[in-house]
Design a binder for this molecule. Structure first.
Ligand SMILES: Cc1cc2nc3c(=O)[nH]c(=O)nc-3n(C[C@H](O)[C@H](O)[C@H](O)COP(=O)(O)O)c2cc1C
Length: 393
């Protein structure tokens, strides 16, 4: 089955990690445990070594196999890292990219899914720094299992109890099950805004952040696909282990997509492509004057419609950012563009869509079936969408 690294940090609920390790082993997984120094004050390495039959790491310089750096070895061999319980301190360190102990160093070195189950006093959980760290880690692709509500060890009532072990194991297994579902497929994703020059310093663009495209790239990788990301200008990092091609204009995006399309099985058009571009961009800066200035705009190519037309045997999926939840516009767009499915997101809702970390999608297939994602992190939305597409070939 799978190799799971169970990271345990210094929460009062660290004792629950003992049963968690055993239950994961009963489900057929190999479990190796890494403790923080604080966790080792609640539960001991000997306990986990005896329970799992594997070495338990705490110190960054430990090397169960001499000459092999354990943080790299374990990170490479893992299929999943499960951090349960996760303290506020470890969460905040991870969000800052700190690796000052074995557990945080190992997580920094890993490229596998990370599932985090926080457990802490409700005040620590709702602290703005903790919440900001959770959002940041989610946007980087980490999965979270929310703590439960109830009485916590400090005598308060609120959200902070480590989620039930059965829920943690079910989440871990659903992440692991997805790992192979797109193996062998290459997915081409267009993402982000485009920029269309007005003059040498100004351009037309839009509010797309590229976050949904990056989440889609990460989701496709988590499901085992190869990813080619063609991205307009964003402030986001490139996804690791993907081919990323940076473009600026709609015409450049189309040229890059046209070149890459033969390698792809699926094409997902998430880019917010400028519909128009200035007809005659000035090569120098347009000077201020008291006269009115009229820009003549000409239509840009419809990238996803062109790709759908040129690749009739491939699965081509468009996104429709509409200021409404009414699917009629999206359905019309799907037929006009000739794509096999369209995902509608309602950009009139400020909680979702552009710039935000969450989204809510309606996926409509050419055969008329439609599905609702509910509001989720962009990564969860992307996983949901790829699941629906896999299940409805
Ligand atoms: C008895 C006791 C219980 C604690 N329980 C928690 C907890 O449930 N969650 C948490 O975030 N911190 C808890 N702490 C505080 C952490 O142990 C402390 O922040 C520590 O620095 C965490 O280190 P680590 O993240 O490296 O494990 C507890 C501390 C004590 C003394």
């Amino acid at each position: 089955m799978s190799n799971i690294v169970l990271g345990v940090s210094g929460s009062i609920s660290a004792y629950r990690a003992c049963d968690l390790a055993r239950d994961l082993m009963r489900a057929g997984h190999t479990v190796r445990v890494c403790l923080t120094d604080s966790a080792a004050k609640f539960v001991t390495p000997v306990l986990f070594e005896t329970l799992t039959g594997n070495p338990c790491l705490t110190d960054t310089f430990e090397e169960p196999i001499r000459g092999r750096m354990a943080h790299i070895d374990w990170a490479r061999q893992a299929d999943l890292i499960l951090l349960a319980p996760a303290t506020a301190n470890t969460l905040n360190k991870l969000a800052q990219g700190i690796g000052d102990d074995m557990l945080t160093t190992l997580i920094l070195a890993a490229q596998v899914p990370l599932l985090i189950a926080p457990a802490m006093n409700p005040v620590m959980y709702t602290h703005p720094e903790t919440q900001a760290s959770i959002h940041k880690l989610q946007s980087q692709g980490a999965f979270f299992i929310e703590p439960a509500e109830g009485d916590v060890a400090s005598g308060e009532t609120g959200q902070g109890k480590l989620a039930p072990n059965a829920e943690i194991i079910a989440s871990a297994e659903s992440i692991l099950a997805r790992r192979q579902s797109l193996t062998g497929k290459t997915i081409l994703i267009t993402s982000g805004p485009t920029q269309e020059s007005i003059d040498s310093v100004r351009f037309l663009t839009n509010r797309s952040s590229g976050k949904m495209g990056l989440a889609m790239a990460r989701a496709a990788q988590l499901m085992g696909a190869e990813v080619i990301l063609i991205s307009g200008p964003t402030s986001l990092p490139d996804p690791a282990n993907a081919t990323t091609i940076h473009v600026r204009t709609a015409e450049q995006m189309l040229a890059a997509a046209h070149e890459q399309a033969p390698k792809a099985d699926w094409i997902i058009g998430l880019a917010a492509v400028s519909d128009y571009r200035p007809a005659n961009p000035s090569p120098t800066k347009i000077r201020r004057s008291e006269e009115d200035l009229t820009l003549t705009l000409v239509p840009n190519p419809d990238i996803i419609a062109t790709l759908a037309q040129q690749n009739p045997t491939k699965r081509v999926v468009a996104f429709a950012a509409e200021p409404t939840q009414d699917p009629a516009y999206a359905v019309e767009k799907m037929h006009r563009k000739g794509v096999s499915a369209i995902a509608l997101n309602d950009i009139s809702n400020p909680q979702i869509g552009f710039q935000s970390d969450e989204n809510e999608l309606t996926l409509i297939l050419a055969n008329g079936k439609s599905f609702q994602s509910g509001r989720k992190s962009k990564l969860s939305c992307a996983l949901w969408l790829l699941d629906q597409l896999s299940e409805n070939p």
